[in-house]
Design a protein around this ligand. Structure first.
Ligand SMILES: Cc1cc2nc3c(=O)[nH]c(=O)nc-3n(C[C@H](O)[C@H](O)[C@H](O)COP(=O)(O)O)c2cc1C
Length: 167
């Protein structure tokens, strides 16, 4: 493939991914005594047997080394009211200052979780696989909190919004 078509493919792939709506989450982990959190949409359920999910994290993100060294992490699904968390944990704020936005508590192994999240999924890190610029972290689900009425915050084409059921 020549350079032009590589660039074309890159642009087309980016354009295609802008059509993919995903629930915004904040991944949290603790490394030594430091709390880390990062907005992530590359989160997917993997299997029910065993209950597991995966999250893809760029190796340049500060969360990467935290996850790499953590036994436990938590996927906090954001709700419609959590736009400010999406911004703060998506890069507007850095380090532990991010946790000044939203209501956080300490759960399993002192990993922070968002109290009013539609769901918090606590995982034990099971496997990790490097691919390109990212690492796929596979977590075995160990505990779940679910809020019955929680409505997910979606991210699509660089915007955030809610889900509208059509049937
Ligand atoms: C809505 C949204 C979704 C994101 N999803 C991911 C993701 O799935 N994986 C990832 O590595 N970065 C993702 N990012 C980017 C990271 O949140 C961002 O690079 C990170 O907060 C940078 O933190 P750092 O400066 O502490 O390294 C996302 C950002 C936003 C706003």
């Amino acid at each position: 493939m020549d350079m032009t078509s590589v660039q074309d493919l890159d642009l087309q792939f980016r354009a295609a991914m802008r059509k993919l709506a995903s629930t915004v989450t904040v991944v949290t982990a603790r490394q030594a005594d430091e709390h880390h959190g990062m907005a992530a949409t590359a989160v997917t359920s993997l299997s029910m047997d065993p209950p597991s999910l995966l999250v893809c994290v760029n190796r340049t993100a500060s969360m990467h080394s935290a996850l790499h060294r953590s036994a436990l992490f938590c996927i906090n699904l954001l709700g419609e009211q959590h736009g400010p968390l999406c911004e703060a944990f998506g890069g507007k704020l850095t380090g532990a200052a991010r946790f000044a936005v939203g209501e956080w508590a300490s759960g399993e192994d002192e990993v922070r979780y968002l109290i009013d999240a539609p769901a918090n999924i606590f995982c034990r890190l099971d496997e990790q696989h490097d691919y390109g610029t990212h690492t796929i972290f596979i977590g075995r689900v160990v505990r779940v909190r679910v809020m019955e009425d929680g409505k997910p915050l979606l991210y699509q084409a660089g915007a955030i919004g809610g889900f509208l059921a059509i049937r």
